[in-house]
Design a protein around this ligand. Sequence first.
Ligand SMILES: Nc1nc2c([nH]c(=O)n2[C@H]2C[C@H](O)[C@@H](COP(=O)(O)OP(=O)(O)OP(=O)(O)O)O2)c(=O)[nH]1
Length: 128
Amino acid sequence: MKTIEVVAGVIRDGEKFFATQRGYGEFKDGWEFPGGKLEPGETPEEALVRELKEELAIDILVKDFICTVEYDYPKFHLTMHCFYCEIQRGTPQLLEHENAKWLSLAELNSVNFLPADVEVVKKIKREF
Ligand SMILES: Nc1nc2c([nH]c(=O)n2[C@H]2C[C@H](O)[C@@H](COP(=O)(O)OP(=O)(O)OP(=O)(O)O)O2)c(=O)[nH]1
């Protein structure tokens, strides 16, 4: 099975965490943490800075590593590196997503995260 290597950013502002809803493709309408595929030669941190600029028009600071999720979807294996982030400049604009929400810890369960993200959400809840 092919492996896709992805990086995802959990943007935190105090007590709130930023989640986005996919606007297209196989997982349309699923909720996720913004990010995307690594390009050749990029570190996960570099990919995250690039992806969040492309998708949300923000400059971010990459903070602590959260976890690497290994998840088998029916058509591919996903390796997803997750990091906490902070916004350094800008306000998120939905250039690719159809919706977004700032969620408290309690509210993280109120949206339908993609299957691979369930583990990430659990880890966030344990850490805060
Ligand atoms: N960014 C992101 N992707 C996730 C998360 N959870 C999860 O299963 N994924 C999956 C969905 C996609 O298959 C893949 C991310 O790749 P991507 O954002 O480049 O999606 P894509 O294939 O639609 O992008 P593209 O080739 O059209 O540029 O990882 C998550 O929290 N964030």
